[in-house]
Design a protein around this ligand. Sequence first.
Ligand SMILES: [Ca+2]
Ligand SMILES: [Ca+2]
Length: 133
Amino acid sequence: MPEVEPNDSRDTAPLISGRQFSIEAGSMGTDVDCFGVRAAAGDSLVAYTHDGNGACPTDRRGPANTLITVVDSVLTVVAQNDDAIGHGRCSRIDGPTLGTGFVLPAAGDYRVCVSSGGGANIERYVLSVLLLP
Ligand SMILES: [Ca+2]
Ligand SMILES: [Ca+2]
């Protein structure tokens, strides 16, 4: 599904229903894209940026460089990743074992925010989010 602007605010970005989604978005320079998720107690989060085909996006300006920041309902940063190992300059929030997920500290609403690492334009990327029980 495509993103809907404005989605820049860490505390007012709309909640996305469901526990698994992929969003296609474009980030322009200092733009930030935030997507809300509602976690139950004990949930783990997997969130990563990619091009939709298993790679990190490359556009006419070169390789995309994303930064994922996860904040809780009072905007405390609970997780952040710039460059995921083995995934170029794309980002991934996950557990120590790939696919197990980052254990969220409590039940509640979180925002997964994507920004440009370094401020360069990113024409298009896909954010995939998965909540695991
Ligand atoms: Ca935005
Ligand atoms: Ca990055």
